[in-house]
Write a protein that binds this ligand. Structure first.
Ligand SMILES: Nc1ncnc2c1ncn2[C@@H]1O[C@H](COP(=O)(O)OP(=O)(O)OP(=O)(O)O)[C@@H](O)[C@H]1O
Ligand SMILES: [Mg+2]
Length: 238
């Protein structure tokens, strides 16, 4: 399988804090890859750095053969990669439909925007039902669906998801994981951060384990499930 995203010696620093210490990883076209690890391991920093939202101190981000390390954040979705960040950041005082339209800022063709919206509404019928409702009045799970839906509005080839299941009821978590599998079946490649290690390893093809800014283990989902380091990281999660 060909490589869609590659991090080479990827480093991220906040002042004196070395959040990511020179990691190397590859995401293959068509797979679900998971990034796992305890709180503070550097998972969100990695996601934000790829999406151009945190300053990369060293190394390179190669997306589909192109070096996007220094692209400004608003241009990265145009290249085909979007991030649904941690914490369901929807615009609470805008409607569901307006939130979705904001996600399509990089798309200029109105028929393409309509098609993207139709696709999101098919994936999340509840968002179609609530399209004129203020996003701030949606339930937590619905806001999470909206955050994912918004990221899908620019038809990404690679979707980065930072803790999509955080704070959701078990039934909704299951729905979100099912949806992620559906997206992969629709040929969206997924790079997923999760504290729900068991759930993530059920849907993922491969996984990376991160600790203190470094990748400490990588392998197929089955290998990771069997690994002893993983039990240690299970203890590190809540
Ligand atoms: N904006 C920032 N300024 C300074 N330090 C930061 C900043 N963002 C993150 N850090 C630090 O970088 C390290 C990695 O944080 P990061 O958010 O990437 O971890 P994480 O793996 O996503 O953790 P969690 O599972 O809790 O979300 C932590 O020590 C954190 O305190
Ligand atoms: Mg995080």
């Amino acid at each position: 399988m060909s490589v869609l995203l590659k991090l080479e010696n990827f480093k991220l620093r906040y002042g004196a804090v070395e959040a990511v210490r020179g990691i190397n990883l590859e995401i293959r076209k068509g797979e679900i890859a998971a990034l796992l690890g305890a709180n503070g391991a550097g998972k969100s920093s990695t996601m934000n750095g790829i999406a151009g939202l945190a300053p990369v101190a060293d190394g390179r981000v190669i997306f589909d053969g192109r070096d996007i390390t220094d692209l400004p954040p608003e241009e990265i979705p145009i290249s085909g990669l979007t991030l649904a960040p941690e914490g369901r950041r929807v615009f609470g005082t805008l409607t569901v439909a307006d939130n979705l339209r904001m996600g399509a800022y990089a798309v200029s063709d109105p028929s393409e925007i309509r098609a993207a919206q139709d696709r999101v509404f098919t994936l999340f019928p509840i968002l179609a039902e609530r399209q004129n409702q203020f996003a701030g009045t949606l339930s937590g799970g619905q806001q999470q669906m909206l955050a994912i839906g918004r990221a899908l509005m620019c038809n990404p080839r690679l979707l980065l998801l930072d803790e999509p299941s955080l704070g959701l009821a078990p039934l909704v978590v299951e729905q979100v994981f099912e949806l992620i599998s559906t997206l992969r079946d629709q040929s969206v490649t997924i790079f997923l951060v999760e504290q729900n290690v068991a759930g993530a390893l059920e849907i993922a093809d491969r996984a990376y384990l991160m600790a203190s800014g470094q990748i400490t283990r990588a392998g197929s989902a089955a290998e990771m499930r069997a690994s002893e380091d993983m039990s240690a990281s299970y203890l590190g999660v809540h």
